[in-house]
Design a protein around this ligand. Structure first.
Ligand SMILES: C[S@@+](CC[C@H](N)C(=O)[O-])C[C@H]1O[C@@H](n2cnc3c(N)ncnc32)[C@H](O)[C@@H]1O
Length: 206
């Protein structure tokens, strides 16, 4: 099977990152709105990091929030990061592979869309998000389109020739509990007209 980062590096060359941005925007907007209600409950400003940020569009979106003091993106596809840096000289973008990469600081808000299930051991990454990336009392929100109840998505690993870790909604939620997240909330973002929507999960590091 191909490496996910190689596939998405190629997608960036083909301009398919922009299609992903359009396709993910509604769910991500909803995820950020729901998360911000919690993030801004006990603070007036927040720092944010987007893991598997692609071309960095969510980093730029977060940086425009009036309460955001820092927004940073990480992705393992070199050309995604090159594209992010071409259009944005203000926010920081890092080309880095997970799960090996650990941050040199913690953040108050971790966002990730359509990244976690490309890893062989997503629970290990979720543990690292909780332990290494998040500040105490910080919040994470993660969006997943490939899950057992989304039948159409079960054909994606073969279609893309890329590894995807497949879990049910209940298994994903249990993972969040196991790694120590509190105040977990899970819902289907952007579910409409019979479409299953994005499995969105958020939680707090207490
Ligand atoms: C489906 S894309 C989503 C990109 C972006 N979050 C968005 O919504 O447009 C998945 C991203 O995860 C990155 N990725 C996948 N596996 C990775 C790994 N092991 N380390 C770092 N990045 C990875 C890919 O390079 C790709 O940009």
């Amino acid at each position: 099977m191909k490496e996910a980062t190689d596939v998405f590096n190629h997608w960036a060359h083909l301009g398919k990152d922009e299609g992903m941005e359009r396709g993910h925007a509604s769910a991500v907007n909803e995820m950020i709105d729901v998360a911000m209600e919690r993030v801004l409950t006990d603070r007036v400003a927040f720092s944010a990091v987007d893991l598997g940020c692609g071309n960095g569009w969510v980093v730029r979106k977060l940086s425009q929030h009036p309460a955001c003091v820092e927004a940073v993106g990480y992705d393992g596809a070199e050309h995604m990061i090159e594209k992010a840096k071409e259009v944005d000289l203000i926010n920081a973008y890092h080309c880095a592979k997970f799960p090996d990469t650990k941050p040199d600081k913690t953040y108050q808000f971790v966002h990730s869309m359509e990244f976690l299930y490309y890893l062989k051991d997503p629970k290990n990454m979720l543990q690292s998000i909780h332990d290494d990336w998040l500040e105490k009392n910080g919040w994470a929100v993660i969006g997943i389109d490939h899950y057992a109840e989304h039948e159409e998505s079960l054909g994606w690993p073969e279609a893309l020739d890329v590894h995807m870790s497949t879990f049910s909604e209940e298994e994903w939620i249990q993972m969040w509990k196991d790694v120590g997240f509190q105040e977990i909330h899970a819902w289907r973002a952007n579910a409409h007209d019979g479409k299953p929507g994005t499995l969105a999960i958020l939680g707090k590091k207490s």
